[in-house]
Design a protein around this ligand. Structure first.
Ligand SMILES: Nc1ncnc2c1ncn2[C@@H]1O[C@H](COP(=O)(O)OP(=O)(O)OP(=O)(O)O)[C@@H](O)[C@H]1O
Ligand SMILES: [Mg+2]
Length: 258
Protein backbone atom coordinates (compact mmCIF):
# COMPACT_ATOMS: atom_id res chain seq x y z
CA UNK A 1 0.00 0.00 0.00
CA UNK A 2 1.45 3.39 -0.89
CA UNK A 3 1.85 5.92 1.91
CA UNK A 4 -0.05 9.19 1.73
CA UNK A 5 2.02 11.94 0.15
CA UNK A 6 0.95 14.18 3.01
CA UNK A 7 -0.59 13.39 6.37
CA UNK A 8 -1.32 16.11 8.91
CA UNK A 9 -2.70 14.87 12.21
CA UNK A 10 -4.15 16.90 15.05
CA UNK A 11 -2.50 20.12 13.93
CA UNK A 12 -2.92 22.86 16.53
CA UNK A 13 -1.27 26.24 15.98
CA UNK A 14 -1.66 29.96 16.50
CA UNK A 15 0.17 33.23 16.88
CA UNK A 16 0.98 33.34 20.58
CA UNK A 17 -2.38 33.45 22.32
CA UNK A 18 -5.06 30.79 22.14
CA UNK A 19 -4.63 28.40 19.21
CA UNK A 20 -6.18 29.64 15.96
CA UNK A 21 -6.55 26.12 14.54
CA UNK A 22 -7.29 23.11 16.68
CA UNK A 23 -6.68 19.45 15.99
CA UNK A 24 -6.91 19.55 12.22
CA UNK A 25 -6.35 16.21 10.51
CA UNK A 26 -6.14 15.71 6.77
CA UNK A 27 -4.36 13.68 4.13
CA UNK A 28 -3.57 13.82 0.44
CA UNK A 29 -2.27 11.17 -1.92
CA UNK A 30 -0.04 11.54 -4.96
CA UNK A 31 -1.99 12.62 -8.02
CA UNK A 32 -4.83 14.03 -5.93
CA UNK A 33 -6.17 17.54 -5.65
CA UNK A 34 -7.40 18.00 -2.10
CA UNK A 35 -9.07 21.28 -1.25
CA UNK A 36 -9.71 23.20 1.95
CA UNK A 37 -12.61 25.62 1.90
CA UNK A 38 -14.07 27.82 4.60
CA UNK A 39 -14.97 31.42 5.37
CA UNK A 40 -12.49 34.25 5.98
CA UNK A 41 -10.58 33.83 9.21
CA UNK A 42 -11.43 30.14 9.62
CA UNK A 43 -7.73 29.25 9.76
CA UNK A 44 -7.00 27.94 6.25
CA UNK A 45 -3.79 29.93 5.77
CA UNK A 46 -2.71 29.15 9.33
CA UNK A 47 -3.03 25.44 8.54
CA UNK A 48 -0.86 25.72 5.42
CA UNK A 49 1.72 27.81 7.28
CA UNK A 50 1.95 25.16 10.01
CA UNK A 51 2.42 22.38 7.43
CA UNK A 52 5.00 24.46 5.52
CA UNK A 53 7.09 25.03 8.65
CA UNK A 54 6.49 28.78 8.60
CA UNK A 55 4.48 28.65 11.82
CA UNK A 56 5.16 26.46 14.85
CA UNK A 57 2.57 23.88 15.85
CA UNK A 58 1.80 23.48 19.55
CA UNK A 59 0.47 19.99 18.88
CA UNK A 60 0.09 17.63 15.95
CA UNK A 61 2.19 15.85 13.40
CA UNK A 62 3.07 16.34 9.73
CA UNK A 63 4.40 13.45 7.65
CA UNK A 64 5.43 13.82 4.00
CA UNK A 65 6.15 10.68 2.01
CA UNK A 66 6.74 8.79 5.23
CA UNK A 67 9.09 11.41 6.69
CA UNK A 68 8.18 13.20 9.91
CA UNK A 69 8.42 16.94 9.29
CA UNK A 70 6.62 18.10 12.41
CA UNK A 71 7.91 21.60 13.25
CA UNK A 72 10.84 21.22 10.86
CA UNK A 73 12.27 24.52 9.59
CA UNK A 74 10.66 25.89 6.42
CA UNK A 75 13.80 25.21 4.41
CA UNK A 76 13.89 21.58 5.53
CA UNK A 77 10.22 21.20 4.62
CA UNK A 78 10.90 22.68 1.17
CA UNK A 79 13.93 20.46 0.69
CA UNK A 80 11.79 17.45 1.62
CA UNK A 81 9.51 18.06 -1.33
CA UNK A 82 6.87 20.50 -0.12
CA UNK A 83 6.27 23.45 -2.46
CA UNK A 84 4.43 26.22 -0.63
CA UNK A 85 2.81 29.10 -2.51
CA UNK A 86 1.63 31.58 0.15
CA UNK A 87 -1.49 33.71 -0.15
CA UNK A 88 0.58 36.92 -0.41
CA UNK A 89 4.23 37.70 -1.16
CA UNK A 90 4.38 34.78 -3.55
CA UNK A 91 7.02 36.16 -5.95
CA UNK A 92 10.02 38.50 -5.72
CA UNK A 93 8.50 41.55 -7.38
CA UNK A 94 11.70 43.46 -8.30
CA UNK A 95 13.25 40.40 -9.99
CA UNK A 96 12.58 39.08 -13.47
CA UNK A 97 10.63 35.93 -14.18
CA UNK A 98 13.88 34.09 -14.91
CA UNK A 99 15.47 35.28 -11.67
CA UNK A 100 12.39 34.22 -9.74
CA UNK A 101 12.61 30.74 -11.21
CA UNK A 102 16.34 30.60 -10.43
CA UNK A 103 15.57 31.63 -6.84
CA UNK A 104 13.00 28.83 -6.75
CA UNK A 105 15.81 26.44 -7.59
CA UNK A 106 17.99 27.61 -4.70
CA UNK A 107 17.94 24.18 -3.11
CA UNK A 108 18.70 22.43 -6.41
CA UNK A 109 22.24 21.75 -7.60
CA UNK A 110 23.24 24.64 -9.87
CA UNK A 111 23.92 22.26 -12.76
CA UNK A 112 20.33 20.96 -12.55
CA UNK A 113 18.70 24.39 -12.72
CA UNK A 114 18.52 24.70 -16.55
CA UNK A 115 16.76 21.32 -16.87
CA UNK A 116 14.34 22.19 -14.12
CA UNK A 117 13.60 25.52 -15.75
CA UNK A 118 12.93 23.77 -19.04
CA UNK A 119 10.50 21.48 -17.27
CA UNK A 120 8.71 24.41 -15.61
CA UNK A 121 8.33 26.08 -19.01
CA UNK A 122 6.90 22.86 -20.43
CA UNK A 123 4.28 22.88 -17.69
CA UNK A 124 3.64 26.64 -17.90
CA UNK A 125 4.55 27.52 -21.50
CA UNK A 126 3.58 31.16 -21.08
CA UNK A 127 6.38 31.67 -18.57
CA UNK A 128 8.85 30.89 -21.34
CA UNK A 129 7.86 34.01 -23.26
CA UNK A 130 8.04 36.22 -20.17
CA UNK A 131 11.48 35.35 -18.79
CA UNK A 132 12.83 38.89 -18.96
CA UNK A 133 9.78 40.61 -17.56
CA UNK A 134 9.75 42.00 -14.06
CA UNK A 135 7.62 39.85 -11.78
CA UNK A 136 6.03 42.89 -10.12
CA UNK A 137 4.59 43.99 -13.46
CA UNK A 138 2.87 40.73 -14.36
CA UNK A 139 -0.89 40.36 -14.33
CA UNK A 140 -2.45 38.56 -11.38
CA UNK A 141 -2.81 35.31 -13.31
CA UNK A 142 0.72 35.48 -14.74
CA UNK A 143 2.07 36.16 -11.28
CA UNK A 144 0.33 33.13 -9.79
CA UNK A 145 1.66 31.01 -12.65
CA UNK A 146 5.16 32.27 -11.81
CA UNK A 147 4.64 31.55 -8.11
CA UNK A 148 3.65 27.97 -8.94
CA UNK A 149 6.51 27.68 -11.43
CA UNK A 150 8.90 28.90 -8.78
CA UNK A 151 7.98 26.08 -6.38
CA UNK A 152 7.86 23.60 -9.27
CA UNK A 153 11.61 24.23 -9.68
CA UNK A 154 12.05 22.01 -6.61
CA UNK A 155 10.00 19.21 -8.21
CA UNK A 156 7.96 18.87 -5.01
CA UNK A 157 5.87 15.85 -4.16
CA UNK A 158 3.37 18.06 -2.33
CA UNK A 159 2.09 21.49 -3.36
CA UNK A 160 0.48 23.77 -0.79
CA UNK A 161 -1.43 26.47 -2.68
CA UNK A 162 -3.06 29.24 -0.66
CA UNK A 163 -5.94 30.82 -2.60
CA UNK A 164 -4.20 30.87 -5.98
CA UNK A 165 -7.26 32.42 -7.60
CA UNK A 166 -7.67 35.35 -5.17
CA UNK A 167 -8.15 38.62 -7.06
CA UNK A 168 -8.29 36.92 -10.46
CA UNK A 169 -11.13 37.45 -12.91
CA UNK A 170 -13.53 34.47 -12.85
CA UNK A 171 -12.58 33.10 -16.27
CA UNK A 172 -8.87 33.28 -15.46
CA UNK A 173 -9.49 31.69 -12.06
CA UNK A 174 -11.29 28.79 -13.67
CA UNK A 175 -8.51 28.25 -16.21
CA UNK A 176 -5.91 28.32 -13.44
CA UNK A 177 -7.78 25.63 -11.51
CA UNK A 178 -8.78 23.47 -14.45
CA UNK A 179 -5.49 23.63 -16.33
CA UNK A 180 -2.46 24.66 -14.29
CA UNK A 181 -3.45 23.23 -10.91
CA UNK A 182 -4.66 20.03 -12.53
CA UNK A 183 -1.33 19.77 -14.38
CA UNK A 184 0.57 19.93 -11.10
CA UNK A 185 -1.37 16.96 -9.75
CA UNK A 186 -0.89 15.04 -12.98
CA UNK A 187 2.87 15.12 -12.40
CA UNK A 188 2.13 12.67 -9.55
CA UNK A 189 2.29 15.26 -6.83
CA UNK A 190 -0.37 15.83 -4.21
CA UNK A 191 -1.96 19.28 -4.34
CA UNK A 192 -3.46 20.73 -1.18
CA UNK A 193 -5.28 23.86 -2.24
CA UNK A 194 -7.07 26.48 -0.14
CA UNK A 195 -9.88 28.22 -1.96
CA UNK A 196 -12.83 30.46 -1.30
CA UNK A 197 -14.36 29.70 -4.66
CA UNK A 198 -16.03 26.57 -3.34
CA UNK A 199 -17.96 25.76 -6.49
CA UNK A 200 -14.97 26.11 -8.83
CA UNK A 201 -12.53 24.20 -6.65
CA UNK A 202 -14.95 21.37 -6.00
CA UNK A 203 -15.08 20.80 -9.73
CA UNK A 204 -11.38 19.87 -9.79
CA UNK A 205 -11.04 18.27 -6.34
CA UNK A 206 -10.77 14.60 -5.43
CA UNK A 207 -11.56 15.36 -1.80
CA UNK A 208 -12.49 18.47 0.16
CA UNK A 209 -12.16 19.56 3.79
CA UNK A 210 -14.34 22.30 5.21
CA UNK A 211 -12.97 24.52 7.98
CA UNK A 212 -14.93 26.76 10.31
CA UNK A 213 -13.72 28.60 13.40
CA UNK A 214 -10.31 26.93 13.33
CA UNK A 215 -11.62 23.38 13.17
CA UNK A 216 -12.55 20.87 10.51
CA UNK A 217 -16.31 20.87 10.20
CA UNK A 218 -16.91 18.44 7.39
CA UNK A 219 -15.09 16.52 4.70
CA UNK A 220 -15.89 14.37 1.73
CA UNK A 221 -15.65 13.90 -1.99
CA UNK A 222 -17.25 16.69 -4.00
CA UNK A 223 -20.15 14.32 -4.73
CA UNK A 224 -20.62 13.62 -1.03
CA UNK A 225 -20.43 17.28 -0.05
CA UNK A 226 -22.97 18.36 -2.62
CA UNK A 227 -25.29 15.78 -1.01
CA UNK A 228 -24.78 17.41 2.39
CA UNK A 229 -27.49 19.96 3.17
CA UNK A 230 -25.16 21.73 5.64
CA UNK A 231 -22.48 22.16 2.98
CA UNK A 232 -24.83 23.24 0.24
CA UNK A 233 -26.51 25.72 2.55
CA UNK A 234 -23.24 27.29 3.66
CA UNK A 235 -21.20 27.16 0.48
CA UNK A 236 -23.33 26.63 -2.59
CA UNK A 237 -26.66 28.18 -1.79
CA UNK A 238 -28.26 29.29 1.48
CA UNK A 239 -26.22 31.58 3.74
CA UNK A 240 -24.94 34.72 2.15
CA UNK A 241 -21.42 34.24 3.49
CA UNK A 242 -18.28 35.36 1.76
CA UNK A 243 -17.95 32.20 -0.31
CA UNK A 244 -21.40 32.58 -1.74
CA UNK A 245 -21.04 36.27 -2.37
CA UNK A 246 -17.88 35.58 -4.32
CA UNK A 247 -19.41 32.80 -6.31
CA UNK A 248 -22.42 34.99 -7.14
CA UNK A 249 -20.09 37.78 -8.13
CA UNK A 250 -18.41 35.28 -10.45
CA UNK A 251 -21.71 34.41 -12.04
CA UNK A 252 -22.53 38.07 -12.60
CA UNK A 253 -19.10 38.82 -13.95
CA UNK A 254 -19.46 35.91 -16.36
CA UNK A 255 -22.87 37.10 -17.48
CA UNK A 256 -21.52 40.60 -17.91
CA UNK A 257 -18.84 39.34 -20.25
CA UNK A 258 -21.10 37.16 -22.38
N1 LIG B 1 0.16 36.85 11.77
C1 LIG B 1 -0.92 36.75 12.53
N2 LIG B 1 -0.89 37.17 13.84
C2 LIG B 1 -1.98 37.06 14.63
N3 LIG B 1 -3.15 36.56 14.22
C3 LIG B 1 -3.25 36.13 12.96
C4 LIG B 1 -2.14 36.21 12.05
N4 LIG B 1 -2.53 35.70 10.85
C5 LIG B 1 -3.82 35.33 11.01
N5 LIG B 1 -4.25 35.58 12.25
C6 LIG B 1 -5.59 35.29 12.78
O1 LIG B 1 -5.82 33.90 12.70
C7 LIG B 1 -7.16 33.64 12.29
C8 LIG B 1 -7.17 32.75 11.07
O2 LIG B 1 -6.52 33.43 10.02
P1 LIG B 1 -6.18 32.74 8.64
O3 LIG B 1 -5.35 33.71 7.88
O4 LIG B 1 -5.60 31.41 8.90
O5 LIG B 1 -7.62 32.58 8.00
P2 LIG B 1 -8.05 32.17 6.52
O6 LIG B 1 -9.05 31.08 6.67
O7 LIG B 1 -6.85 31.91 5.71
O8 LIG B 1 -8.80 33.49 6.02
P3 LIG B 1 -8.87 34.15 4.54
O9 LIG B 1 -9.89 33.37 3.79
O10 LIG B 1 -9.32 35.54 4.81
O11 LIG B 1 -7.50 34.10 3.92
C9 LIG B 1 -7.81 34.99 12.07
O12 LIG B 1 -8.56 35.32 13.21
C10 LIG B 1 -6.64 35.93 11.92
O13 LIG B 1 -6.97 37.21 12.37
MG1 LIG C 1 -6.04 32.79 4.06
Amino acid sequence: MSADALTATGVTAGYGGDPVIRSVTLRAQAGQIVSVVGPNGSGKSTLLKAIAGVLRMSAGKVVVAGRDLTNAAAEVVARSGVGYVPQVDDVFAPLTVRENLEMGGYLVARSAVPDRMEHVIEVFPRLGSMLRRQAGKLSGGERKMLAMGRVLMLAPSVFLLDEPTANLAPAIARTLLEEQVTTLARSDAAVLIVEQRARAVLAVSDYTYVMGGGELRLSGTPAELTESPAFVESFLGGHRDQAIQRSEADDHADTGKA
